[in-house]
Ligand binder design. Structure first.
Ligand SMILES: Cc1cc2nc3c(=O)[nH]c(=O)nc-3n(C[C@H](O)[C@H](O)[C@H](O)COP(=O)(O)O)c2cc1C
Length: 262
């Protein structure tokens, strides 16, 4: 049974990371949104990878739900790779605890610095900086693959204990508000009613009302709807209309749409 690498992504960073790992370890690539509706996730794979972005120094809600649905976690080698824009905080630690609660063990956790996509705070960074990050990743994927292929244990790239502790507090107080934060999305006059925002949403959280998107209060905060809008018509709060959009240059909208599976 091939290793299975599950991923969640909004703007493609985690998809590229998962895709590259799959090539190196001869694994199978599976999107988390494509399996999340199942009541439980059964797999005979002995090696499982989980790749996802850091959200508020923690793990996306969909990733929590996903881990809780996997059967027989205890007989698997589990590794995780988190992509982050500035500081990953205690994300790996938080994931480790969720896995342990489900009877499994996180054997290795890596972090990969990628361009940040948190547009309420900043726009896309300049392309040269992006390329430097991608270059570093191309080297790191080999190290991760070697680790996984030899089933090595106990490599966790956490930040220091104080940051872990603080980020745990921040994550726990923020996570409960994530779903309803979509109240702050809106569309401006550039909306051409193409529906791409609805198609890229991994949470099936967008309805088209009179051709325009409306958000349903079940958001993962991935910002795919905003970042992939071809007209840059989707906004969040007051400041995003002047900020440069971001998605990984090796990922296109079709990659995101076809992998959502909802
Ligand atoms: C809601 C949200 C929260 C984020 N929080 C953090 C964070 O706490 N620390 C960090 O370094 N990056 C943070 N980021 C940036 C992403 O983790 C980073 O850009 C990631 O690589 C995006 O992955 P993706 O392209 O697969 O969606 C956040 C992004 C979003 C959308």
């Amino acid at each position: 049974m091939k290793p299975e690498v599950y991923y969640f992504t909004g703007t493609g960073n985690s998809l590229v990371v998962a895709r590259d790992i799959v090539k190196e370890i001869d694994g199978e690539l599976i999107s988390i949104p494509s399996v999340i509706a199942k009541s439980s996730i059964k797999t005979d794979a002995k090696v499982i990878g989980i790749v996802f972005p850091v959200y508020i120094w923690g793990i996306p809600l969909i990733v929590q739900r996903f881990v809780k649905k996997i059967e027989n976690l205890n007989d698997k080698y589990i590794f995780a790779v988190v992509t982050y824009g500035g500081m990953a905080g205690g994300t790996i630690n938080i994931l480790e605890k969720v896995i342990e609660t489900c009877g499994g063990k996180l054997s290795a956790g890596f972090k990969v610095n990628m361009p940040g996509n948190y547009i309420p705070m900043y726009g896309a960074i300049e392309e040269k900086k992006q390329q430097r990050m991608f270059e570093k990743w191309r080297k790191k994927v080999k190290i991760i693959a070697e680790h996984v292929k030899s089933n090595k244990q106990d490599k966790k790239e956490n930040d220091n204990m104080l940051i872990n502790f603080l980020s745990g507090l921040i994550y726990n107080s923020s996570a409960k508000h994530i779903r309803e934060m979509d109240k702050r999305f809106w569309t401006d006059g550039k909306c051409i009613k193409c529906g791409i925002c609805q198609k890229v949403c991994p949470a099936n959280n967008i309805d088209m009302t009179d051709g325009k998107p409306s958000w349903k209060g079940n958001c993962e905060q991935c910002f795919a709807c905003l970042q992939w809008c071809p007209e840059q018509a989707v906004q969040f709060g007051k400041n995003t209309s002047v900020r440069k959009r971001y998605h990984h240059p090796d990922v296109n909208v079709t990659d995101i749409v076809k992998k959502t599976g909802v």
